[in-house]
Every structure is written in C-alpha cells, then in structure tokens.
Design a protein around this ligand. Structure first.
Ligand SMILES: Cc1cc2nc3c(=O)[nH]c(=O)nc-3n(C[C@H](O)[C@H](O)[C@H](O)COP(=O)(O)OP(=O)(O)OC[C@H]3O[C@@H](n4cnc5c(N)ncnc54)[C@H](O)[C@@H]3O)c2cc1C
Length: 307
C-alpha cells in the first residue's frame, strides 16, 4: 500500500526493520521472528540494503518473499553507493512488478573492504535517488498510479558528514522537497533530540510525517556495536548509569534496555509521534515485550505465514 494511505489510515504507525540474513541459521532466526511479529500486524516492515552485490540480492529476495508469503507490507531500502542508473532502473521495475508500494531512498554506508571513490558515483546523495524514483513514478511503470511512495532518512542528532547543522537542514529540506512522502529517523536515546528535530523541520516547512527510529539495547556488546554503526549517537547518563549498575548481568542489561526503550515509546506517543519504527536486529523478544507493554493487541487469527 502507498505510504500516504498507510499513514492516513493509521496514526501512529508501528513498523519493524529487518536485515537480510547471510547464513541458513540466521535465515531461520529471521523467519521465526517474522512469524512471531506478524500477529501484531505492523503497518509495514522494512529491509535494509548492503553495499556488496550478493547481499543486495538477498534484500531483493527477502522483500519478495515477505510480499508473497506473508500479510506484511515490505519496504525495501535502496542506496546510492556503488549503483548507477542502469542498475537502479531494473531493480525498480522488479519491485514494481511485485507490487511493492514504497522504497526508502538512502545515501548508503560506505562499503567496507573495497576501493571506493564517491566522486565517480552516479547518485552523489540520497536526493539524486529520490529524483530518479520520482521520474520512474512519472513514467507510469508502476501498477499504482502514484508509483512508489518514497521515504528518506532523518538524523535528529545530525549526520556526522555535515557538522554545520543549518546547512544540513538545507540539504534535508531539498531532499524532502524532491519528492519524499515520509521520514524515518536514525535511532536516538534522548527524545528531546527527536522532538527538537521535528520542531526544526516544521520551522523549515517540512510537513511530511516523521517516524521515530527506536532500538532497544539488549546487550553491552550490541550497545557498543550500535555506537560504532550509528556514529554520533548520544548515550545519556541516565541510560549509561542504569547499564553500568548491571553490566555483569546480561539478563538485567536486557531488561534495562527494554524498559528504557519502552519509556521512550510512551513519551513519544504522548507527544503525538507519527510512527515508531523498531530496529529489531532480526529478533522478536524485545519488540514483543514493548508491544505488549504498550497495549498493542496481537491478532491471534492472523494466518500463520509460510515464510
Ligand atoms: C532509517 C535509516 C535506514 C538506513 N538503512 C540503511 C541501509 O539499508 N543501508 C545502508 O547502507 N545504510 C543505511 N542507513 C545509513 C545511511 O545510508 C547513512 O547514514 C548515510 O551516510 C546517510 O544516508 P542519507 O540517506 O541521509 O544520505 P544523504 O541524504 O545523501 O546525506 C548524507 C550526507 O550528505 C550530506 N548532503 C546531502 N546533500 C548534500 C549536498 N547536496 N552536498 C553536500 N552534502 C550533502 C548530508 O547532510 C549528510 O551529511 C540507514 C539510515 C537510516 C537513518
């Protein structure tokens, strides 16, 4: 379904993010997670996109598998890095043929371990990919009249590559105005950053829905990996203090992380957030506990998927 219709019919939205598994064991974990979470009937799920060729195919396959074998509405991520127009066009055609409704258009993380020269890229920034998808939509190649709904990333704490926050907002405004229908944010641990970002967007006349990205911490190792991946993320003292108290007790760390994320969700809902997007890391337990505590009902009659 086009994201505009999803957002119009559901406020707030709840959604999950998965990444394509690389091994048969990881695939089993993910498919079990999908089966576990499907009965919450999230408004959409999204699938990340890697920098290398084979992992990219895994994304396309996973998106199509979710589309064809579950009740879930998958949104593929698509990135600029290491792609040219001749490569993006067939991917869009393939997704259009599978009636995929939306795409999250991203700059993409720099590929690790391969020589990479950004200046030679066809798409320099996510805005170029947004414009390209927009042109694809106008070509009428998608079965839905409006074409793909288009999402973009937002960074409540700022993106590390643009330290000037005023200039960054200019780039962000241009990206949204190029044709974005919604924004999903980078994870954050202090809701004031999200609320301030939303206010700054409103001041710049950015009025598309802004969905908050939430990642519950479930281990100290995961927390450190997250700090590496989402460079620049602030870890507030309240959170660090709570984690420090129980750092040698993995179960308590998990509980503290989930409780912290739950409180973030309650506060965001009190502040009329347009949606909450959970970075699940392909596991269902933390998200299930949060959903149950938020009082989001399961739909026991949801047909068990064959994914
Ligand atoms: C919700 C979410 C999902 C993500 N999923 C993935 C994924 O699946 N795969 C993946 O590889 N990465 C993913 N990422 C990471 C993301 O691709 C990187 O953080 C990337 O560096 C920024 O992406 P962007 O789409 O904001 O890029 P852009 O909008 O291109 O911005 C990147 C940087 O360029 C700057 N910039 C923008 N326009 C200009 C301009 N005209 N001139 C100069 N500078 C400019 C911006 O200010 C910013 O600092 C995700 C991030 C988020 C928040």
């Amino acid at each position: 379904m086009h994201i505009t219709d999803i957002m119009r019919a559901n406020s707030p939205t709840f959604s999950f993010e998965f990444f394509p598994p690389k091994t048969p064991e990881a695939a089993e974990t993910l498919y079990q997670t999908i089966r576990d979470l499907e009965s919450y009937m999230p408004h959409f799920v999204s699938v990340t996109y890697g920098a290398g060729g084979s992992t990219r195919d895994l994304t396309h396959h996973l998106v199509e598998r979710i589309q064809h074998t579950t009740k879930l509405d998958p949104i593929p991520h698509l990135t600029c890095v290491c792609h040219n127009e001749e490569e993006i066009q067939p991917i869009l055609l393939r997704y259009a043929k599978s009636a995929i409704g939306n795409i999250l258009a991203l700059g993409g993380d720099r590929p690790a371990g391969i020589a990479y020269d950004k200046s030679r890229e066809s798409f320099q920034h996510a805005i170029d990919l947004v414009k390209f998808i927009r042109r694809f939509n106008e070509s009428g190649a998608h079965p839905e009249r409006r074409g793909f709904g288009i999402g973009v990333a937002g960074f409540p704490e700022g993106h590390p590559a643009t330290p000037n926050r005023l200039v960054e907002m200019d780039y962000f405004k241009a990206k949204v105005d190029a044709g974005a229908d919604y924004v999903v944010t980078q994870l954050f641990f202090d809701n004031r950053d999200f609320l301030d970002f939303r206010e700054r967007c409103a001041l710049r006349q950015i009025h598309v829905p802004i969905i908050a990205g939430i990642m519950p911490i479930t281990s100290i190792t995961g927390c450190k990996r997250m700090a590496e991946l989402a460079g620049g993320t602030r870890f507030p003292a309240t959170l660090l203090r709570a984690l420090q108290h129980c750092q040698n007790n993995p179960e308590m760390v998990r509980r503290v992380g989930i409780q912290y994320a739950l409180e973030q969700c309650h506060d965001l809902l009190d502040n009329d957030v347009a949606g909450i997007h959970f970075y699940t890391l392909n596991r269902s337990d933390a998200t299930r506990i949060i959903f149950d505590s938020l009082g989001i009902p399961r739909h026991p009659n949801t047909p068990v998927s064959t994914v």
